[in-house]
Design a protein around this ligand. Structure first.
Ligand code: HEC
Length: 231
């Protein structure tokens, strides 16, 4: 392929992508809220895990995460005791699987709730989207969508998931707690979507330090080599 061909291919790829870029920026839901999450914050991840198992697992699974796997990341400090408490009599090697069968979900909600193992990577806006979605239940301004299924961040606004944190009916005093639960579970889901991100960040830091030291050594070496040469 010549350079000219490459240019043509690149332009064609860009042109093909254009409609998707345009439609994405049209925005089907409201602009997302920013989730204040920290995937290195042990306490937040642990709180998010309990929101997940207490609330979300009523309908959703995270099948790529096993109970045993939860203990693989010492940096989030999930103990064997907590894992045993959460799993009950399920085996350690079982994934975080909901007891709701797809058939029953279909009957109750008209849709099978998606697996949440990779949802943060799979949705535009990632953790911000999950957090916004959980706090985005409202009364439909047009009065068409029943309460609990109108969500201002969901594309098309009608969602088959009934308001899981009861955001719509909450007392004003609980707002802070619900915001926190939504952010915590978004943090947990962000963590499991990419559990090695903390490790990568640590390695990244060492790589940068190594490169700085290497530059220094090479600089000193250069000075040493050239010191007797008159410029
Ligand atoms: C009562 C059942 C139920 C519970 C509990 C529940 N969900 Fe859902 N969820 C659903 C259903 C059904 C859908 C599919 C919605 C659709 O496509 O219209 C869904 C969809 C989703 C989606 C994907 C939305 C999209 O863009 O496709 C996310 C993210 C989500 N739920 C997160 C959560 C979290 C986090 C919790 C716990 C706080 C939770 N859900 C609790 C039933 C539930």
């Amino acid at each position: 392929m010549t350079l000219k061909h490459l240019w043509i291919a690149a332009a064609a790829a860009l042109a093909l992508n254009m409609p998707s870029i345009a439609s994405a920026s049209e925005g089907h839901g409201a602009a997302l809220k920013h989730a204040d999450i920290d995937v290195t914050d042990q306490a937040q991840i642990r709180r998010g895990l309990t929101v997940f198992t207490d609330v979300c697992m009523g309908c959703h699974s995270a099948k790529y995460v096993t109970y045993k796997g939860l203990m693989d990341y010492p940096e989030i400090g999930i103990s064997r005791e907590l894992v045993d408490e959460l799993r009950g009599d399920k085996p350690l090697t079982s994934g975080l699987i909901t007891d709701l069968s797809p058939e029953d979900a279909e009957v109750s909600y008209g849709k099978v709730p998606p697996d949440l193992s990779l949802i943060v990577n799979g949705r535009r806006g990632g953790a911000d989207y999950v957090y916004s979605l959980l706090t985005g239940f409202e009364h439909d301004p047009a009065g068409k969508v029943p309460d609990g299924n109108y969500n201002k961040y969901f594309p098309g606004n009608r969602i088959a998931m009934p308001d899981p944190l009861a955001w719509l009916d909450h007392d004003a005093a609980d707002t802070e707690e619900l915001e926190k639960q939504a952010q915590d579970v978004a943090a947990f889901l962000a963590f499991i979507s990419d559990p090695h991100q903390n490790e990568r960040r640590t390695i990244g830091k060492y790589v940068v330090i190594f490169l700085i030291l290497l530059t220094l050594v090479l600089y000193l070496l250069k000075k040493e080599v050239w010191k007797d040469v008159k410029h």
